[in-house]
Design a protein around this ligand. Structure first.
Ligand code: ASP
Ligand code: MG
Length: 417
């Protein structure tokens, strides 16, 4: 029988009526002849509450006990969903990470999955015909026997790992949006849902902060070639034809995408800050003197631009950090001023980063140049640029974010249906 993994996020299991709705979705696929593993998140808001309780108890808590506490949210949902399934005549059994088990390393709070006992799940499908309802987000560190958790949003990764372990035909991620869009529909009314997107492109989008999927789940899908379908959990289960092509966005291998566009999506972030170090000495070791202390302070540096020195002695260096780290980054640099040796530190928080993503860029020259021209015509100044094989990012004044995104969305033909 074809196997399917169905994953439901927090809003999809937020209360008992919604859990019943999830059960109806699962029943539909069981009736259509699938073996099903369901992966569930904690009910909406539950994990935040549990994390808050840990912090309230003691700010410097033991990471192993943190995992004991926060893993409990998913345990509740898996039990409730198994009950709801049984109540409508579907054989089901709940599984905690330690029961299956799902082995992880011992990085408590951000553990990595090492392996999932897929054969046991497959044996159960065959012998008992039971739906496996698996708690997402949690696992077991084998040597210590302790419960671990995978980091926030980790149940996406649980789902993809289970799908890889049972060689599922697809991993369906049911969520509160109906797919992945060309850009944020709240900013560009013409934003469209993408029928398909390549793993690499989704990885860029997720890394840029698209909240749909945890970054690691996309990485895992790419490595094991698990096709991931992002779809809405709010569609009425009875309106879906389980044999048809379900609506949503399929994240897959690029070979599966026949009509590859040059640009697939445009992401943006206003949570950026720019720091410019003026007249810094142009000599070996300076970059290390600047970025070493920032790394030690756990500050993520993103775009870096260094000017060619005009006088051969000093140069300007510009980079971005998350807006939330701006004050700390300025502090760190002020403290290392004598070691680095620079004249002045300038900064701005009213900046935004616009990123354009598309696998088609690999084989097309001049994609970024078109953007520079279009933004120039609109009087939008570009403060910094970075490029990679399938993405380029531009730093601009925050006030122009919406205009820039709309301009580029039209420029690359994403407005058209
Ligand atoms: N419940 C966990 C969280 O909120 C895991 C998840 O939902 O993916 O981060
Ligand atoms: Mg999530």
């Amino acid at each position: 029988m074809p196997r399917l993994v169905m994953k439901f996020g927090g809003t999809s299991v937020a209360d008992i009526p919604r859990i019943r709705n999830v059960a109806a979705h699962v029943k539909r696929e069981v009736d259509a002849g699938h073996d099903i593993a369901v992966v569930v998140s904690a009910m909406a808001g539950k994990t935040n509450e549990l994390v808050g309780w840990c912090a309230d108890t003691t700010p410097l808590h033991d990471a192993r006990e943190y995992d004991t506490v926060v893993a409990s949210g998913e345990q509740v949902t898996s039990g409730l969903l198994a009950m709801a399934l049984q109540a409508i005549g579907v054989a089901a059994r709940s599984w905690q990470g330690w029961q299956l088990p799902i082995h992880t390393d011992d990085a408590h709070g951000a553990a990595r999955i090492l392996d999932v006992n897929g054969p046991e799940l497959i044996r159960r499908f065959k012998e008992r015909g039971e739906v496996a309802v698996i708690s997402g987000f949690q696992g077991l560190h084998q040597e210590s026997g302790r419960i671990t958790t995978l980091g926030r949003g980790g149940s996406d990764t649980s789902a993809v790992a289970v799908a890889a372990a049972i060689q599922a035909d697809r991993c369906d991620i049911y969520t509160d949006v109906d797919g992945v869009y060309t850009t944020d529909p709240r900013v560009v009314a013409k934003a469209r849902r993408l029928p398909k997107i390549a793993f690499e492109e989704m990885l860029e989008l997720a890394s840029l902060g698209a909240k749909v999927l945890q970054v690691r789940s996309v990485e895992l899908g790419m490595v094991h070639n698990v096709r991931i379908l992002v779809r809405s959990s709010f569609e009425q289960p009875e309106n879906i034809d389980p044999h048809g092509i379900p609506p949503g966005t399929l994240i897959c291998n690029e070979e599966e995408i026949v009509e590859q566009q040059m640009v697939t999506g445009i992401a943006f972030s206003k949570d950026e800050a720019q720091l410019s170090i003026r007249r810094v000495q142009d000599k070996p070791g300076v970059a290390a003197a600047i970025f070493g202390p920032l790394a030690e302070a756990n500050i993520n540096v993103d775009m870096i631009v260094q000017n060619v020195s005009a006088d051969g002695l000093t140069t300007d260096l510009t980079f971005t950090v998350p807006a939330a780290d701006y004050a700390r980054a300025s502090d760190v640099l002020a403290q290392s001023r004598t070691r680095i040796g620079y004249e002045r530190l300038d900064g701005a928080t009213d900046v935004a980063k616009i990123s354009v993503i598309g696998i088609g860029m690999r084989s097309h020259a001049g994609v970024a140049a078109e953007a520079f021209k279009a933004l120039g015509q609109r009087g939008i100044n570009i403060r910094a640029i970075t490029t990679s094989e399938i993405k380029f990012s531009l730093l601009i004044d925050e006030a122009y974010t919406e205009l820039a995104v709309r301009t580029l969305h039209a420029l690359y033909g994403l407005d058209k249906v």
